[in-house]
Design a binder for this molecule. Structure first.
Ligand SMILES: [Fe+2]
Ligand SMILES: [Fe+2]
Length: 171
């Protein structure tokens, strides 16, 4: 791994430690998501993409709160864990999981910043939720869309997205 990738791993492990170690995130590894992915694998894809966008934008003088992006991305789809039990239909899961994810994020990180909750609640924009309120919210929104495409592409090609980084984060 190069230095940039090592820094991504370090930052995610540091700011996402409590979430990565939580029972819920472990359960997310068993929840199917996006064809052949899982909620935790997809969330790590979003997280890695979000952190990469952060450092890219820093070169253009745009400063972002990386900790908020890491926490929000790791939690943004936790509301999908147990979706067949929690929601009557797939449509309802799609509609209501952002609020549920925000609630679960708060249960893992009790002193979670309200701005992280807001990022999670608006991650499906322009779906049926409010628009992102901060730059970090916009970045998470974009990272989620990009990572979702990566999930589907991986399912078709069999090539997994940023596998080495995910392995190191999971160690
Ligand atoms: Fe989502
Ligand atoms: Fe997502």
């Amino acid at each position: 791994m190069n230095q940039k990738e090592q820094k991504i791993c370090r930052d995610i492990k540091q700011h996402g430690h409590d979430i990565l170690c939580s029972d819920l995130f472990q359960q997310a590894g068993r929840q199917a998501h996006h064809l052949r992915s899982t909620v935790s694998d997809h969330s790590l894809n979003v997280c890695i993409t979000g952190v990469r966008l952060c450092s890219l934008l820093q070169h253009f003088g745009i400063r972002l709160n990386e900790k908020e992006i890491i926490q929000a991305s790791l939690c943004h789809d936790l509301g999908m864990v147990g979706r067949d039990r929690k929601y009557r239909t797939r449509l309802r899961a799609w509609r209501f999981h952002p609020d549920e994810s925000a609630k679960l994020a708060k249960s893992i990180v009790p002193d979670l910043d309200p701005s992280v909750e807001s990022i999670i609640k608006t991650h499906m924009w322009p779906g049926p939720c409010g628009r992102p309120q901060t730059k970090e919210g916009v970045i998470l929104n974009m990272a989620d869309k990009y990572a979702s495409i990566a999930d589907w592409t991986s399912a078709v090609t069999g090539r997994r997205y940023k596998d080495r980084i995910k392995q190191v984060i999971s160690e």
